[in-house]
Ligand binder design. Structure first.
Ligand code: GLN
Ligand code: ZN
Length: 769
């Protein structure tokens, strides 16, 4: 029996983000399409060579993308919305990037007479990752046909280089489930879509593809009867002709969809055994012997090194009985490329890590041992075992003081001393704010100058004192300006922060940072998530000095500004040696300390942002309540250690609260600011029907757009908000932080916002008389 190694997909951005720079240079008009294509082909060739050299037997093709693989699928089947005016035989690069990024009249219309703006397709998170895909749009009268040759071209490109690849194709049912359908039932389109998929598969077979990796990650979700039927119909149509299909599932277990899947006539099945290890037994029991099993045994979503000897013992007997493919749990798209670039990481911590390159080496070592005996991977196994033991016992990870503090937490730690009504009275007395109080969400423009100063400081071109001085000038000016335009609750502006999670991670113990650990977020945008490796504590106050400096400039209240524990957790690579909630509670304790220090320094208002609370929801509904319970508890740990007259704010940038409104209520923040400007206050329905008692700042200024809203638009929105909330509950603020905006936009917009609040106050006074 043989064991082979597959990768399911390699990070496309490049070791040094070469794709990012090639794309941005092309978009800026600094390089030609031919140059972009050369760069892309170079990366693909390199990635195949590299994966092969590292020991992968089954190489993916079509895992590369100039922007996004779901967008590639839309192009492949010709699902191009009419607003892009596309008429060609195949989807050209301009149309492709227009779908990804939209077009702005002047920039895109070089050569053709008409000028108009076209909006991009909507973007949303790919399952529970931080990768964003472009949501397919389907409409009435939708037709499909092969409209891109990318998947065929890349297969042939690899073949010409001597590599027989296994093309990756997003499956038809997941495609329809991820799509947004207007005036059409998406599954009504299935028969038509299957015809095109059959054609694609036939063409791949003709080119010589023996296998195709067909991704159906939606098989790990809760499925309706219609969706289940669609899977059955799709695979009985597709699996009998053309190349063999490796049905690939990831990001969770099949659970109640297991029988559905074992009945599909596919030739291979990939299971995520990192998120759902128990599936292995079930698969061995239920799967026909001729179905090739692909086992996702190495974590494709996290950066930890595996324990190879453990895996070996788990797989040894199985490998003696049947052919196996070993693979990461999912595509390696979600981890950084190569640990070798991390020359400044603490070597002890680096020893515990594994990025895409190392993960393939781990798979290869495991396969070698299973094929040839344990001794064949002696060196790799010893190193793996040593690292695993070191990680289990390292004092860098285990801090008994943190464990003791958590164990000592009792119920009082998650309850404010008094209920909201009492707190509200105490806060009103202390703060004496007017009706419709105005504030902002925290950040002010991160101008090129601010970023330049930070870069110069990091490079050592200016010293800490000079950088600090620069930040003080900016902060002082921002505070003075807020005072001038008449805002009621001020912020310091967050000029000193690179990123709302990184800034805190860098000051907490238990976090490490990479130099080049980039992961694609969307298109050319990458993030470098912090690595949470050990017990978390806060050696010293993190934000108090900047808060105090800002507060010293003014008599008006300045908000203390913190990132909440759930958001820090959800935007980091986190420990796999304890449950997520355990790590989150530790972060919560550290942030609680900061809240208390801010209070002691005199802050009357403290905001704890939970921008990523909703996006942490598990994929299965049955797991939601458990998650929400601990997420809320963690927030309450941070927020509950303060006096009644200290006002706790939170901020969330979503427009979807129906599912989580009870959790929002349970957080019991005195004030919550949310994103509403674009949804015409509709999301306040959830707050109204729940009879949310605390105060709410529904965003009245859409900060995602450079547009400057008029005062009347904002009073209209506030009037609408008054239909869902009581006027005394309402705060006036933008949708989110202003760091991505320019001062020229922010100045008039906030001035108009203050005017809107004043108008509302006058109207309120008339109404009351
Ligand atoms: N305080 C942060 C800011 O204003 C909040 C950002 C966010 O919610 N994404 O930038
Ligand atoms: Zn926000």
């Amino acid at each position: 029996m043989t064991v082979s190694v597959a990768t399911l997909g390699f990070p496309r951005i490049g070791l040094r983000r070469e794709l990012k720079f090639a794309l941005e240079s092309y978009w800026a008009g600094k390089s030609s399409l031919a140059e972009l294509q050369t760069a892309a082909a170079g990366l693909r060739a390199l990635h195949w060579t590299r994966q092969k050299a590292l020991g992968a037997d089954i190489l993916p093709s079509n895992d590369f993308s100039l922007y996004d693989h779901v967008l590639d699928t839309s192009a492949l089947i010709g699902a191009v919305p009419t607003r892009y005016d596309w008429t060609g035989e195949t989807v050209d690069t301009d149309t492709y990037f227009a779908m990804a990024r939209g077009t702005q009249g002047a920039a895109s219309s070089a050569g053709c007479g008409h000028m108009h703006d076209t909006t991009a397709q909507e973007m949303t998170k790919w399952f529970d990752t931080n990768y964003h895909f472009l949501v397919p749009e389907l409409s009435a009268g939708q037709t499909f046909r092969i409209a891109s040759t990318k998947i065929f071209d890349e297969f042939e490109e690899a073949k010409a280089l001597g590599y027989m690849t296994r093309p990756v194709l997003l499956g038809p049912v997941s495609y329809l489930m991820l799509a947004k359908a207007k005036a059409v039932e998406p599954f009504a389109l299935l028969p038509q879509l299957l015809e095109v998929y059959a054609e694609i598969l036939a063409r791949l077979a003709k080119l010589g593809a023996e296998w195709v990796q067909i991704d159906e990650p939606c098989l790990v979700l809760d499925l309706s009867e219609t969706q289940r039927t669609a899977f059955a119909r799709a695979y009985s149509a597709l699996a009998t002709r053309g190349p063999k299909l490796m049905l690939t599932t990831y990001f969770g277990g099949l659970d109640d969809n297991f029988d559905l899947v074992t009945d599909l006539p596919v030739h291979g099945l990939h299971l995520d055994l990192v998120r759902a290890p128990d599936q292995l037994e079930l698969a061995l029991e239920k799967l026909q012997p001729h179905v090739l099993l692909s086992l996702g045994v190495i974590d494709g979503r996290n950066i930890w090194r595996a324990n190879l000897p453990d895996l070996y013992w788990r797989l040894k007997e199985i490998a003696a009985k049947r052919d196996l493919v070993l693979a990461p749990s999912c595509s390696l798209l979600h981890v950084p490329v190569d640990l070798a670039l991390e020359t400044s990481l603490d070597p002890e911590i680096a020893q515990w890590l594994s990025f895409a390159v190392q993960k393939i080496e781990e798979l290869a070592a495991l396969a070698r041992a299973l094929n040839e005996g344990e001794d064949a991977s002696f060196a790799a196994f010893s190193a793996s075992r040593i690292a695993a033991v070191a990680r289990q016992t390292s004092p860098k990870i285990h801090d008994p003081a943190v464990a003791a503090r958590l164990a000592a937490l009792d119920d009082t730690a998650i309850h404010r001393p008094s209920p909201f009504a009492t707190r509200r009275a105490a806060q009103q007395e202390r703060l004496a704010l007017p009706a419709y109080p105005t504030t902002t969400i925290g950040s002010f423009p991160q101008t090129p100058e601010v970023r330049k100063a930070r870069a110069a400081f990091i490079k050592g071109e200016i010293d800490a004192a000079a950088y600090d001085q620069y930040l003080r000038v900016e902060t002082r000016a921002a505070v003075k300006w807020q005072e001038e335009i008449g805002l009621d609750v001020l912020v310091h502006g967050e000029f000193e922060r690179n990123d709302m999670v990184q800034y805190f991670g860098e000051q907490l113990s238990g976090f490490a940072f990479t130099r080049a650990g980039w992961v694609q977020s969307y298109g050319s945008r990458c993030v470098r998530p912090p690595i949470l490796y050990g017990d978390v504590s806060r050696p010293k106050a993190m934000t108090v000095d900047w808060w105090r400096f800002a507060q010293d400039q003014t008599e008006l209240p300045v908000k203390g500004m913190l990132t909440g524990p759930v958001t820090i957790l959800n935007w980091s690579f986190v420990r796999d040696d304890q449950p997520r909630e355990a790590s989150c509670r530790q972060i919560a304790l550290a942030i609680r300390d900061e809240v208390q220090d801010l209070e002691a320094a005199g802050a009357a208002i403290i905001q704890i942002d939970e921008a990523a609370l909703r996006e942490g929801l598990p994929l299965r509904r049955s797991a939601w309540q458990y998650y929400l319970d601990w997420a809320v508890e963690c927030f309450r740990i941070t927020a509950s250690g303060v006096r009644d007259d200290t006002q706790i704010h939170t901020h969330m940038c979503y427009s979807e609260f129906n599912d989580i409104i009870r959790a929002i209520g349970a957080m019991d923040a005195d004030v919550i600011s949310i994103e509403t400007a674009r949804s015409q206050m509709e999301l306040l329905d959830a707050f109204a029907s729940y009879a949310y008692p605390n105060e709410v700042g529904p965003g009245v200024y859409d900060i995602h757009s450079p547009r400057i809203p008029a005062t009347s638009e904002m009073t209209d929105l506030l009037t609408l908000a008054g239909k869902h909330l009581l006027p005394p509950q309402i705060w006036v603020n933008p949708d989110c932080g202003l760091k991505t905006r320019k001062w020229d936009e922010v100045r008039p917009a906030l001035t108009a916002m203050v005017a809107a609040a004043r108008t509302m106050r006058i109207r309120g006074a008339y109404d009351g008389q």
